[in-house]
Ligand binder design. Structure first.
Ligand code: PRT
Ligand code: ZN
Length: 292
């Protein structure tokens, strides 16, 4: 039976109100063509051109809101989802907010491997992630749960080691600490409530389709080049493309213009090969949306 949408059917997405993921989360929704005002001094805003409400929350609360169905979707760090242990559907990794969760000790420590941690104290805001890791690796250490400024704990004698988020490593460096083990990697992810209604599922699918189109576009570039006709076959074999490249004759006899799509990962190696095969006037453009 077809699902009928009622006028007031709507979904809610929870994003971080203010912090490392806020800007990129709202930017992603805007790239999906959704218009809404920003969350300054507001708990929620309603989109004007899609049946979506945006809730602005602390990141730690997002898994619970989505688990309970108060929000249907959420954008949050994978580390927070794992720590909160809520039953949620993970729909999509989003490619931003990348970091690792690592163990670090004082620079002077003679760290010799995981056994060094036996009988020692480790400060962290991620007790669940850490205790799972210690258990898996058969390490008996004491966990000191603290909520902020974990990196100062070894310096003030509160702990022998810390388990915290690291991205550039400069916070560890400036606190006289060295990273000794990476226990997990994380990035922002799109989560969903496990059992949405049928009408909501439809809206979630529509939004997910847009998000995937934006994500795919971001990972690819549109490439245009000129080539002598006798190089077209070889260049076609180099260009991966969505199907095969578009080939259009140039006004100049014996030359063609070729258009295709290249993934960001393969981009530089492909460009090199194209030049060697005789490609000229190579233009590379960003893609706004890509539907595969
Ligand atoms: O107020 P609210 O509770 O919503 O925010 P928050 O302060 O708890 O989180 P926030 O905004 O700091 O981080 C949100 C999410 O961003 C985290 O859950 C991670 O998934 C992700 N993320 C990515 C990071 C970092 N990179 C990061 N570098 N979260 C925190 N940090 C901190 C880290 O705790 C340490 O203090 O940055 C410092 C280390 O950075 P480097 O670059 O010096 O290594
Ligand atoms: Zn938080």
């Amino acid at each position: 039976m077809p699902v009928t949408m009622k006028q007031n059917d709507m979904i809610r997405i929870a994003v971080q109100k203010s912090g490392r993921l806020s800007e990129k989360s709202t930017a992603l929704l805007r790239q999906c063509g959704i218009h809404f005002s920003n969350g300054s001094n507001k708990l929620k805003t309603q989109a004007s051109n899609f049946p979506l409400e945006v809730l602005y929350l602390r990141d730690d609360d997002i898994p619970q809101y989505v688990h309970e169905g108060v929000a249907d979707l959420g954008i949050v760090g994978e580390n927070v989802v794992k720590e909160k242990q809520r039953h949620l559907d993970i729909l999509e990794p989003l490619g931003f907010g990348k970091c690792r969760i690592s163990l670090a000790v004082r620079n002077e420590a003679q760290y010799s491997g995981l056994t060094w941690l036996n009988g020692r104290r480790i400060a962290t805001s991620y007790p669940v992630l850490l205790s799972t890791y210690l258990k898996d690796n058969d390490v008996q250490a004491e966990i000191e749960e603290i909520t902020g400024s974990v990196e100062i704990a070894p310096g003030i004698g509160l702990a022998d080691a810390i388990c915290d988020i690291v991205s550039t490593g400069s916070t560890l460096l400036s606190n006289g600490l060295k990273e000794v083990e990476v226990i997990d990697n994380s990035e922002a992810i799109l989560i969903a409530t496990p059992a949405p209604s049928e009408a909501k599922s439809l809206l979630i699918e529509q939004l997910l389709f847009r998000i995937r189109s934006v994500q795919t576009a971001g990972r690819n570039k549109y490439i245009l080049l000129n080539a002598p006709n006798d190089a077209v076959a070889q260049i076609t074999s180099i260009l991966p493309g969505m199907r095969s490249p578009t080939v259009i004759p140039l006004a100049e006899e014996g030359w063609s213009s070729m258009h295709s799509v290249v993934s960001e990962d393969r981009f530089w190696s492909v460009i090199e090969k194209l030049r060697n095969a005789g490609a000229e006037g190579i233009l590379v453009c960003p893609i706004e949306k890509m539907i595969v």
